[in-house]
Design a protein around this ligand. Structure first.
Ligand SMILES: Cc1cc2nc3c(=O)[nH]c(=O)nc-3n(C[C@H](O)[C@H](O)[C@H](O)COP(=O)(O)O)c2cc1C
Length: 152
């Protein structure tokens, strides 16, 4: 099974979670960071950058909560993924506050519903800008990835 993890991260929290997800998948997943300028351009040449994820059986999408929503870099990417209809997607989001979970879950699932994708699982990790991102939460992210893999 081929998997990819696409994520955006500004201060590194979501990046740590993305790496934990990759570890949970035994390092087999491709990793694509949406490392963009404020204008939405790629910061440097990323040979693996693509909107075509049709080679992958499982797509992990990760990002951080900004003003209660999926970060616009990730939502813009979701809106442009090619051939997303019917594909299996798992989401992971980080946010400062636990109460953002419901808002960002709704946003994430409606973005993917509109594209016809199937959200198989979702994880939210509260970080409080960093200090709450404990080792046990990163282990939970590894476990999340294993669990997703086992159910698809
Ligand atoms: C401009 C801005 C807006 C934010 N808005 C929210 C928010 O609405 N809800 C929330 O829980 N966290 C919010 N946060 C906190 C980030 O989502 C949180 O620190 C996240 O883990 C950052 O991920 P990163 O380190 O991968 O960039 C905000 C942070 C910034 C800088």
């Amino acid at each position: 099974m081929r998997s990819i993890i696409v994520y955006c991260s500004k201060t590194g929290n979501t990046e740590k979670v993305a790496h934990a997800v990759q570890k949970g998948l035994h390092g087999t997943a491709d990793l694509l960071k949406l490392d963009l300028t404020p204008e939405g351009l790629l910061k440097e040449h990323a040979p693996r950058f693509t909107f075509d994820l049709s080679n992958y059986d499982l797509i992990f999408l990760g990002g951080w909560v900004m003003v209660m929503k999926v970060h616009p870099y990730l939502s813009a990417y979701i809106n442009r993924i090619e051939n997303l209809e019917g594909r299996k997607v798992a989401g992971f989001m980080t946010g400062g506050a636990i109460f953002s979970r419901g808002h960002v879950y709704d946003d994430f699932t409606s973005l993917l519903d509109r594209r016809g994708a199937r959200v198989v699982d979702f994880m939210y990790i509260s970080t409080m800008l960093g200090p709450l991102l404990t080792k046990s939460k990163l282990r939970a992210a590894e476990e999340f990835a294993r669990h997703v893999m086992a159910q698809v």
